[in-house]
Design a protein around this ligand. Structure first.
Ligand code: CP
Ligand code: NVA
Length: 298
């Protein structure tokens, strides 16, 4: 694996291998290999982050490397220097790059131009690191996603939903996406996805019925904060106790965080499922260490 830019471009074999490594690195934390020794990895972030930033900084250090955090305001990118020129410079100095930004194309361009291993730490199109941590959590808590029903309740065409839909395509599990009609995946995307196991519905109860995993995310993703009218469509898509009465017994609730209590999830549901949700957050560290190891050993 030369880069990790999307779930779309990962094979099922690669996903299984990364999750196996993540479990191993989790079990051996503190006394595993340090393949990043002597390396500096740039972390270019043009959006806010708690989990992704901290987990990558800690993960790079635990693997022997040095993380260099560069918010867009620290570097000339924030004053209009093109990502392509940034890539040409950093490619000559650092050993790898972790990028959180808006356009997927910027991450693709950076990867192609810099020539160094590049990781998508969230774009408007995908959040692959998060989905690997989510899958790791499902594997730990439910053993497998085979013959499980996974439901995503909320925005039908956000980075999280898109990455989950590609994960379903690659791994073959049943994924129901319940979303408002105006925030559904476009037909062109669904044609490209071509996954009969991904079912789009506007009925949150139908999606939640007998589901083993109930997953949600913010209604307004980063960059959409002023689109307050968008939230008006999402009332029926809140993950609350009433919705969960439809789910399978032993179901788990996932939220990539940050959570907005009273909007996409109620406070009582988040607190009732906090052990799962914060295990999911911790798994960012282990999954991303597996990604870094795969990239340096490629
Ligand atoms: N889930 C996630 O990516 O969190 P941060 O925005 O805090 O990194
Ligand atoms: N869809 C969210 C995910 C945050 C981790 C966003 O892009 O803001």
């Amino acid at each position: 694996m030369k880069h990790l830019l999307s779930i779309e471009e990962l094979s099922a074999t690669a996903i299984h291998s990364l999750l196996g490594d993540a479990l191993r690195l989790k079990a051996t934390r503190g006394h595993h290999e340090t393949p990043l020794t002597g390396q500096t990895w740039a972390m270019i972030f043009t959006k806010s982050s708690t989990r992704t930033r901290v987990s990558f900084e800690v993960g790079i250090r635990e693997l022997g490397g040095f993380p260099m955090f560069l918010s867009k305001n620290d570097i000339q990118l924030g004053r209009g220097e093109p990502i392509q020129d940034t890539a040409r410079v950093l490619g000559r100095m650092v050993h790898g790059a972790i990028i959180r930004t808006f356009a997927q194309q910027d991450v693709v361009d950076f990867a192609n131009i810099s020539g160094i291993p590049t990781v998508n730490a969230l774009t408007d199109d995908e959040h692959p690191c998060q989905i690997l941590a989510d899958l790791l959590t499902v594997k730990e808590l439910l053993g497998t996603w085979d013959n499980k029903k996974i439901a995503f309740i909320g925005d039908g065409f956000s980075n999280m939903t898109i990455s989950w839909m590609w994960a379903a395509k690659r791994l073959g599990f049943t994924l129901y996406v319940a979303c408002p009609p105006d925030y559904s995946p476009p037909a062109s995307f669904l044609t490209k996805l071509n996954a009969p196991n991904v079912i789009i519905t506007h009925d949150a109860t139908l999606a939640a019925k007998d589901a083993h995993v109930i997953n949600t995310d913010v209604w307004l993703s980063m960059g959409q904060e002023d689109q307050t009218e968008k939230e008006l469509a999402f009332g029926p898509y809140q993950v609350n106790e009433a919705l969960l009465t439809n789910a399978a017994s032993g179901h788990i609730v996932l939220h990539c965080l940050p959570a907005y209590r009273g909007k996409e999830i109620t406070d009582d549901v988040l607190e009732a499922h906090a052990s799962t949700i914060f295990q999911q957050a911790e798994n960012r560290l282990h999954a991303q260490k597996a990604i870094l190891v795969a990239l340096v050993l490629a």
